[in-house]
Every structure is written in C-alpha cells, then in structure tokens.
Design a binder for this molecule. Structure first.
Ligand code: ARG
Length: 410
C-alpha cells in the first residue's frame, strides 16, 4: 500500500500538495487587529485569489495534484459524521465551551451545510451576523465594541505551518500564537476522518495536544533520514527534542536532526524564511542569519541509548554540518539579494528566500524578488516566478503557502 503521505526530501518531484485558497478571512479584519493576527497589511481579496489560482495552476502544470484544505475539511467531517463534535471542539477552542453565546453560535453554524460551516469558521463570525444579545456576565463584561465573536483565520493559506509531512507521516502542530492555534484542528480532522488518510497507515509523529510549540515552516526534510528544524520565534527547543525522540524510536527512517538557531522576530519567524533547500547541493540563505565570520549555532541530534534518547553535537559552521550530514563534498549556498544588505533585507521581507522546490533544481518563487531570482538562474536553477503583490502581504512565500503530501523519492 502506498502511503497517502510520503515526503522524503525537500526537492523530490512534487506529486500531491495541500493549499488553501484565500477567502473572506483575509479581508475580515481591521488595522488594529493586524499585529495580533500576524499580518502586515490588508490584502485585496480578488487579486490575492487570482494570484493564488496562478500558483495552483503552475503546480498543476508541472504535474502536481492540488488539494484544498477547506474542501478536505468538509469532506472529512461528513465522512466521519463528526459535525457536532468538530463544532463543539472548535467553539471550545474559540473560547465558548458553554453558555448562551456558545448556544447561539452553535445553532448558527450547525444549521449550515458542512462546507458553508467550515468556510464560515475560517472567515470569522462578526457580532452583527447573529440576531442575539448575550445576557451573561462574561459577554456583558467583555469589550462590547469588539466586532467579532470568532476571529478570522487569515493565515490559513500558509498551509505549511499547522502540520508538516515527514516520511510516511506528519506532525500536527501546537502553534505559537493564539491567532493560529485553531488552524491545526482542521488537519487533525482530515487525518482522522478523511477516507484518503484515515486507516491508511499515516503516522502522527507528534500531535497537537502539547504545550511546547512547533510549526511546519521550521521543519525541513533534507533527505530520507536527515531533517533540519529551526529554533525560532515559532519552534521551541523542547518541542524539537520531543519530536526527535518520537522519530528516533518509532519507525520513521529519520536518525538525524539539525537544530538551527535563527533570530526570533516577525520577519524571520520560521527557518524557511531564511533558509531553503532547492537542489541536492544548493540552498538559499539569508545573510542576515549569519553572525561574525558567518557563524550560526547548530546542534545535531542522533539517536542514543542514553537517558535523553539522543546525543547532541554543537557546531557553528552551517556549511560544514550540512556537508557532513548530507555527505556532500561541495555545497552552493546562495545568498538572498546577492548579499547586498539593502536588497537582501528588502527581498527577504517579501520572502525572497522562501522558495518551493517542485523538483531538484526547479523552484517556484515570488516574481517581486527579481534580484534573488536572477541570481538563482545564474546558479543554474529553473525559476518559475509567480504573481505576488497581494499574497506577500501575509508575510509568507511559495513554501509557506504549500504543504507537500507526496514527493517522488530521489
Ligand atoms: N512557513 C512560513 N514561513 N510561514 C509564514 C507564515 C506567515 C504568517 N503570517 C505567520 O506569521 O504565521
């Protein structure tokens, strides 16, 4: 039986990928909600959708099957006959475990078709949508001018983060910020109940019921036994230790994890905003993550019989670590913006390092990062650049906007 999830590299030919088409959620917020919702601007929805359709089309044209999170979620809920428990869980995680507001929201959402309900939850629920005046103290005492009962989830089109494919399984992630925490409930539901995934031998290496934080933008599959994981604003060292133990003791095939420490800030929230693999021996790197003398902290974990379950080796030379663990004699690290400090900063901000490899040496990038794109071409890569004016306002690029489910083995 071939597994519905099979990802043993960052660069193997992309066969199946999960996307989320931007919907009402990306316009359903005000400027003062932006920072909390992790957005830097308000995208113009019709153009964002057009750009996203262009992205999906490019992937399909190049042989990938494109699946949509919103559709799989509704199908999974129906297939598992779990509309009620799913809705209860979602309401509880939105702050309504019981009470009159819970009852009003439940009634409103449950009366919709499953697809409408899913789309509505994703888009957010405004107070003026429901004919209901809360009378309980909790609702009365909280800010009555706040316009939402349930916040929109504008970051859903970054399908990379709530879960990450690893070998024949995945991690379903406990995410860092409240703005994104509910997102991984959709993936959990899909894996549990969608006929394409349920009872198909998909391993969940780490589920979302944890306090320690990890996000898919930090989880890179370098080859069939080596991963790189960012120690970042979004992924904590203890979550990396935890997933390492699971991968090493279960039958995952992975025996090496390189933890890479990157700056903890919004522009570089995940490892894949500053470092991606694009060919067997080629990577993009944002020069801003390298300190004096090009140094950066890395720790390599290998399985061991000791108490921790792994050994740790500290190193500050990323090139040397990659060469050793990937058994490469040469390595081409391509700097974002060709190393020019102004261009590198500008293009990294708009995800110039966030390339999605769809085959070895073939990458999808944002067209606006033309200096970095040109440089990639000079280094022999095939660069397919996609429209990016509105999509980039959410601070994520082609890798963030895609969750590969199946890649061909190298
Ligand atoms: N894999 C990524 N780099 N994802 C980018 C996610 C961007 C999103 N606005 C966030 O802050 O969470």
């Amino acid at each position: 039986m071939t597994s519905p999830i099979h990802v043993r590299s960052e660069i193997g030919k992309l066969k199946t990928v999960l996307l989320k088409r931007p919907g009402e959620e990306i316009e359903n917020f005000t400027p003062d909600m932006m920072e909390r919702l992790l957005f830097d601007d308000i995208p113009y929805l019709p153009i964002a959708q057009k750009e996203h359709d262009n992205f999906a089309h490019v992937l399909e044209e190049n042989g990938a099957e494109v699946l949509y999170l919103e559709k799989l979620s509704a199908e999974a809920i129906d297939a598992g006959d779990v509309k009620k428990p799913f809705l209860e869980q979602m309401l509880a995680e939105s702050g309504y475990a019981a009470g009159s507001t819970h009852d009003a929201l439940y009634e409103y959402l449950f009366s919709m078709s499953t697809q409408q309900m899913v789309d509505k939850i994703m888009a957010g629920i405004r107070k003026n949508e429901i004919d209901f005046k809360p009378t309980d103290l909790v609702s009365a005492a909280e800010d009555s001018t706040y316009p939402f009962y349930m916040d929109p989830m504008p970051n859903l089109y970054f399908t990379r983060d709530p879960a990450a494919s690893i070998g024949d399984g995945l991690s379903i992630n406990h995410m860092t910020f409240t703005a994104r925490r509910r997102e991984s409930l959709f993936m959990e539901t899909i894996i549990k109940y969608h006929p394409r995934f349920a009872n198909q031998g998909v391993h969940v290496w780490r589920d979302r019921n944890h306090d320690t934080r990890i996000e898919g933008g930090d989880e890179l599959i370098l080859n069939n036994h080596v991963m790189a994981i960012g120690v970042s604003q979004r992924t904590s060292a203890d979550a990396i230790q935890d997933i390492a133990r699971n991968l090493f003791t279960e039958d995952s095939g992975f025996d090496t994890i390189i933890a890479i420490h990157i700056p903890h800030n919004h522009a570089m929230m995940h490892l894949d905003t500053v470092f991606t693999m694009i060919n067997k021996d080629q990577f993009t790197v944002h020069p801003g993550i390298l300190g004096d003398g090009g140094k950066i902290d890395t720790w390599t974990l290998h399985p061991s019989d000791n108490e921790d379950g792994f050994t740790i080796e500290h190193n500050q030379d990323l090139q040397a670590v990659l060469k050793k663990e990937l058994k490469l004699s040469e390595l081409d690290l391509i700097p974002t913006g060709n190393g020019d400090p102004i261009i590198a900063g500008r293009e990294q901000w708009n995800d110039g390092s966030n390339t999605l490899a769809i085959a070895p040496g073939v990458v999808v990038t944002y067209n606006r990062n033309y200096v970095s794109n040109e440089l990639l071409r000079k280094h022999g890569l095939k660069v397919i650049d996609i429209l990016s004016s509105e999509l980039s306002r959410g601070r994520g690029g082609p890798r963030c906007m895609s969750m590969p489910l199946v890649r061909e083995d190298l």
